[in-house]
Each structure stands twice: as C-alpha cells, then as structure tokens.
Design a protein around this ligand. Structure first.
Ligand code: GDP
Ligand code: FE
Ligand code: FE
Ligand code: FE
Length: 196
C-alpha cells in the first residue's frame, strides 16, 4: 500500500521506521498486526484503506511514553482535568492523539478519533473508528477467552463486534476492581443494548 492522500507527510515505510524507534519490539509487531487486521476489516466495511493503515500503525504510538509526557500534554492543551485521575491505559489513546498531531503531523480528525477511541470506544464511532477498535481487540496474537468468538462475530457484523468487545471489557474491568473511565460506560449504553 502506497500513501497518496496526504493524511500524513511521510511514506508508509518512513512511518514504520518512526514506530520502530518509538516502540519496544513486541509493541511494534502488535501495531503491524493491527494494521493488517484493520485493512482487512476496512475492505469488508467500505472504509478507506489508507486511513485504516495509518490509524492501525499509529494507534499505540504514545503507549511507551512516561506519565509526565501525558500530564504535560493534558495541561498544555487544556484537556479535561479529570483525565489526570486515570493512567497510561486511558491516556495513550486520548492524549496520545495530541502527541501524534505534534510529532507526526496527522491532522485528519477521523484518524485522530480512531486513536482517541481505540481503548474506550465512544457512543458514536465512524466505521474507521469501529475498525480500529476491533482490529486492536482481535489481531492474530490476541489470546483471551472469547477471542475466537469475537473474530467470528466481527467478520459477520462490525457493529456486533463493537458491542461484544464493549460488554466483555467492562465485565473484565469490574471483575478485577479496575477504575472505569466514564466514557467506557457511555460506550456500553450506546452499543450493548442495541447491537448485542
Ligand atoms: P493495547 O494498548 O493494545 O494493549 O490495548 P487497549 O488500548 O485497547 O487497552 C489498554 C488497556 O486499557 C486494556 O488492558 C483495557 O482492558 C484497559 N481499559 C479499557 N477501558 C478501560 C477503562 O475504562 N478503565 C481502565 N482502568 N482500563 C481500561
Ligand atoms: Fe492501545
Ligand atoms: Fe483495544
Ligand atoms: Fe493496541
């Protein structure tokens, strides 16, 4: 795949080199698998392949940054101060999108929203956002109870896949006593009763 639409001011191979430097080896290979899975889902769901490739590659760009980078960015960009009550799991998408604007010069809001919402989902998501949310969950190395079912459901119906992931992630967080980011609950209410 060759980038022709100027969503990012570099070639795919230049982007891959940036990611190789920004990420540990395991995480780097994860983003390559998410890209491939996202392209596959994009083809099935009428989504722009170039956007799917870029968003898949960059979705975890900020995952390995120190907490101080996110805290500085939340303050500098005037993001919701409630974000300060969470941690890397929530920050690397929502705040990571701001670091991506600053450092990779991606300005397409659909791609940025796919990064912002890849962990928590959102009540309203474009097809691209749904594709990235699901590709991250079902890429070939994912191995958890229910991942096979998640792949089958997502192949048949992208929205049903979103509902499946949303329900199972919330269940997991509650079972393990983790703090729930309010948007995760909003995602549940918008998707699970309707599409499950
Ligand atoms: P990864 O970056 O490829 O490992 O995957 P994600 O970005 O999708 O998820 C990162 C982590 O965030 C996972 O362990 C999720 O279970 C977790 N997560 C998702 N929603 C929430 C939430 O509302 N609160 C908390 N504390 N963690 C969450
Ligand atoms: Fe992530
Ligand atoms: Fe995810
Ligand atoms: Fe990921």
């Amino acid at each position: 795949i060759i980038y022709t639409k100027n969503y990012i001011p570099m070639t795919r191979l230049e982007l891959i080199e940036r990611l190789r430097k920004a990420l540990k080896d395991g995480r780097f290979h994860h983003v390559l698998r998410v890209e491939a899975t996202a392209i596959d889902l994009a083809k099935k769901n009428g989504v722009d392949i170039e956007k799917a490739s870029i968003a898949g590659l960059i979705h975890d760009y900020a995952k390995q940054r120190p907490d101080s980078d996110f805290i500085n960015e939340i303050k500098q960009k005037g993001l919701n101060p409630d974000l300060l009550n969470y941690g890397n799991a929530i920050w690397h998408g929502i705040v990571g999108a701001e670091l991506i604007k600053d450092e990779l010069n991606v300005w397409d809001e659909d791609i940025l929203n796919a990064v912002r919402h890849h962990t928590t989902g959102a009540p309203v998501m474009t097809k691209l956002e749904q594709v990235i949310y699901m590709a991250d969950y079902i890429e070939p190395n994912r191995d958890f109870d229910g991942v096979k079912k998640a792949r089958v459901i997502t192949a048949a119906n992208l929205q049903a896949g979103v509902a499946y992931q949303t329900k199972h992630t919330l269940n997991y967080l509650i079972a393990n006593g983790k703090p729930i980011y309010p948007k995760t609950i909003d995602t549940y209410n918008a998707w699970v009763p309707q599409y499950e």
